[in-house]
Design a protein around this ligand. Structure first.
Ligand code: AMP
Ligand code: MG
Length: 314
């Protein structure tokens, strides 16, 4: 599949899903809907397919990929799961939780997937279309967000096409992503401790209920290079905590701050998360030179929203 020209838009019906699976099985690239954001999928066991992901995104090759599995058995062939991992699986899979665990020497994964790390990030997604695709592919699927590296993440096919049209084989149209934020990433350490590498739809407090208290949340270690400060950049200056805006700013509102367009007039963090990237895409496309964003409370899902906003503003 290599050289890309037209990017096919496939409906998420039986025929479209079967076509997506055929392209993936042959080593091609397909953007697939998930409950978090759209993922750029390729089979994780083929070096050429995985290399094509990095090339299409312009992603630095030291930034490892999340591997998506159809079921628990497939995950167990890739990583060593302990009791803590089993507890998280029971509570949160399928769903927006990625676990970083020791990768098995016989995983069969292309080396570039882990970027040379002894660990693998693995997730079982809940989105019915992604699950149907996984059920029809011969291998687990590596899938980072389906956008050019460092740009705003995609929550619908139009967002994907903005930066990847002509660079990937197809996009499977499953409508808007319900959660709207990338998965929570948790690393389970050999010494029994754990770290939150990326806040997301599953909150730290929910993880603590199963894992016990988190000793040092949010490491800034290069181990998670996707966590570098600059990310999700809309391509123009972003100002945070803006209760009002000037005439050259596209103002993204929340709650009582109406703005030009609101993440959630009612002040719902769930709604704001689902609409966050659509708001940043709108701001990027607006004729205004800059973007201003209303304050978002930092509790619950707000912590993950503010994490993304800080990176968009960096
Ligand atoms: P995305 O590009 O949105 O799919 O982000 C994937 C995230 O997972 C990035 O922040 C990666 O750095 C992180 N990641 C993937 N594999 C690992 C790993 N083995 N250890 C730590 N972080 C990882
Ligand atoms: Mg990304």
């Amino acid at each position: 599949m290599g050289g890309k020209n037209a990017t096919e838009v496939l409906r998420a019906d039986a025929a479209g899903i079967a076509q997506a699976a055929r392209i993936l099985n042959a080593g091609g690239l397909v953007a697939v809907p998930t409950e978090t954001v759209y993922g750029l999928a390729a089979r994780a066991d083929r070096a050429d397919a995985v290399a094509a992901i990095y090339a299409a995104k312009g992603r630095p090759d030291f930034n490892p990929l999340i591997v998506h599995v159809a079921d628990l058995e497939q995950a167990e062939r890739l990583v060593d799961m302990d009791e803590r991992a089993a507890g998280l699986v029971r509570r949160f899979w399928p769903g927006p939780l990625t676990m970083v665990l020791p990768v098995r020497p016989d995983s069969g994964l292309a080396k570039a997937v882990t970027a040379g790390l002894p660990t693998l990030a693995v997730r079982m997604p809940a989105h019915p279309t992604m699950r149907a695709v996984l059920a029809q592919t011969e291998a687990p699927l590596a899938a980072p967000s389906a956008n050019a590296s460092e740009t705003v993440s995609p929550t619908c096919p139009d967002h994907v096409l903005k930066t990847l049209r002509g660079r990937i084989d197809a996009v499977l149209d499953g409508g808007a992503s319900a959660d709207g934020l990338e998965s929570t990433i948790v690393a389970l350490r050999d010494d029994g401790t754990w770290n939150l590498l990326r806040p997301g739809p599953i909150e730290e407090g929910e993880l603590s209920e199963i894992l016990g208290p988190c000793e040092n949340a949010m490491t800034s270690s290069i181990e998670a290079p996707g966590q570098l400060a600059r990310h999700y950049a809309p391509g123009k200056p972003v100002r945070l905590n803006a209760t009002s805006a000037s005439s050259d700013e596209f103002h993204i509102g929340f709650g009582d701050v109406a703005g030009d367009w609101s993440l959630s007039p009612e002040g719902s963090l769930t709604e704001a998360a689902a609409r966050l990237y659509a708001g940043l895409h709108r701001g990027a496309e607006s004729v205004r030179a800059r973007i201003a964003i209303a304050p978002i409370p930092d509790d619950g899902l707000g912590a993950a929203i503010n994490d993304r906003l800080r990176r968009a503003a960096a």
